[in-house]
Design a protein around this ligand. Structure first.
Ligand code: DGL
Length: 277
């Protein structure tokens, strides 16, 4: 049994750090390689072919650094490119759609769920399919303006509040038209957990807000334990970043500033890499 399994975490940018944040205390013995393809972000407005090409290149790079397990923290890449990544990779690959739908299935009593995500994720209907497979009805709502607003740092800004209000009003009206009784909102984009407080204040009472970070971390832990790549019950409050290596394809300074916000603590060292065009 290895005591330091190497886990690769991939996202189009910084948002996947919310997943790394959940992984760190859960798997304290692992060494993490986080790759944010910031030069080619956003993925959420791109075609399936392009997202698959970018995501496969990133996954292969993580594997070339010795990653023994890949977590595709990006919802858009998970929705559009998981099969392509699995085909290209020689190690287990976990996406965030199934784990997110699992949390919605455990949480929802009415079985009616609202999924907020990027345009590309919504158009793929990956969440609707994963929800339907678990006996849930879903409304999928694309919120394309939220990623740039969050990257601007406007997580408590009147403009973001207004934009969110418009998206939510439309989604809630659609749910009413369909006769759905929503009790769960699933955040199907890495960035949206940063708007949790604003969402809580904007949604009707009795709606639970979920993201896939925790359930993904839990699944990674279970699978590594089952493969005997980590030992049993070693959760820790230790989130020592010495076990993390950060890589980005664009501005290191921006990654450190924005990434620290997503990770919840300062990121000191980031390496710039080139994945081509
Ligand atoms: N990481 C993407 C996602 O979770 C959001 C940012 C992007 O569009 O690249 O869908």
């Amino acid at each position: 049994m290895s005591t330091s399994v190497r886990i690769g975490v991939f996202d189009s940018g910084f948002g996947g750090l919310t997943v790394l944040r959940a992984l760190l205390p859960r798997i304290p013995s692992a060494e993490f390689f986080y790759l944010g393809d910031t030069a080619r972000l956003p993925y959420g407005s791109k075609s399936q072919t392009t997202v698959a090409r970018y995501a496969v290149e990133s996954a292969q790079r993580l594997e070339s650094w010795g990653a023994q397990y890949l977590v595709i923290a990006c919802n858009t890449a998970s929705a559009l490119a998981l099969d392509a990544i699995r085909e290209a990779a020689n190690v287990p690959v976990l996406g965030v759609i199934e784990t997110g739908a699992d949390s919605a299935a455990s949480s929802s009593h009415t079985r009616d769920v609202l999924v907020l995500a990027t345009d590309a994720t919504v158009q793929s209907h990956a969440y609707a399919q994963a929800c339907a497979a678990r006996g849930l009805r879903s409304i999928e709502r694309a919120c394309p303006l939220l990623v740039p607003l969050i990257e601007e740092g406007w997580t408590d800004h009147p403009v973001t509040r207004q934009v969110l209000r418009i998206y939510l009003d439309e989604a809630l009206a659609t749910a009413r038209d369909h006769g759905y009784a929503l009790d769960t909102v699933l955040l199907g984009c890495t960035h949206y957990p940063l708007l949790r407080a604003m969402l809580e204040a904007s949604l009707p009472d009795g709606i639970t807000i979920l993201d896939s970070a925790e359930s993904t971390a839990q699944r990674v832990h279970q699978q590594l334990e089952a493969n005997a790549q980590i030992s049993n019950g070693n959760d820790s409050s230790d989130i020592n970043l010495a076990r993390c290596h950060f890589f980005a394809t664009d501005s290191i300074g921006k990654f450190r500033t924005l990434g620290s916000r997503f990770l919840g603590q300062p990121i000191e060292h980031v390496e710039l890499i080139d994945l081509g065009g």
